[in-house]
Design a protein. Sequence first.
Lengths: 115, 112
Amino acid sequence: EPEVTQTPSHQVTQMGQEVILRCVPISNHLYFYWYRQILGQKVEFLVSFYNNEISEKSEIFDDQFSVERPDGSNFTLKIRSTKLEDSAMYFCASSFLDRGNTEAFFGQGTRLTVV
Amino acid sequence: QQPVQSPQAVILREGEDAVINCSSSKALYSVHWYRQKHGEAPVFLMILLKGGEQKGHEKISASFNEKKQQSSLYLTASQLSYSGTYFCGTEVYGGATNKLIFGTGTLLAVQP
């Protein structure tokens, strides 16, 4: 069964450092998303991406965050200067359609720890 | 606005039933239900699109009351594998793309 894959599974970084989280969405999917989940809390929407541009972003997704689809398969989330409060599980998701009877498939997540 | 789920947590014995509710203050286009086990990604259960729609997946079913902006997830004859945190994800009218706003979560623990 096709799946969304994320690397790395764990990332520890020092405050102020840049991190890039990588995702390979399902190959025929057109819509890509990043969500994050702070430990023990709900899953929060960060950004959606379609046709090589951001479709929508949340208040969390400030200037420190950026997304990119550098080639035909990868979808990345960059945090320019990490803060302690960026520590969370980051999930990438993809879907074939944007609305309607379509599910978003989630990757296994990258646990980011900022120290 | 984040949908509110109730109850926050429920403990069941195998074979018992449970209902998880999801309420939104905004008009809903659709409701998605996910189950997340500890340390894992959310796993899709089902989508409900139309008001009054009901769906089933094995012994897990759901309904969507569009007028009341609510959805309920029904778990019947629960199994140990049903344990996890259940989230509803809502799409509101006027929202772009498949932007899911997840609910507060309901922790379900099924005991032998």
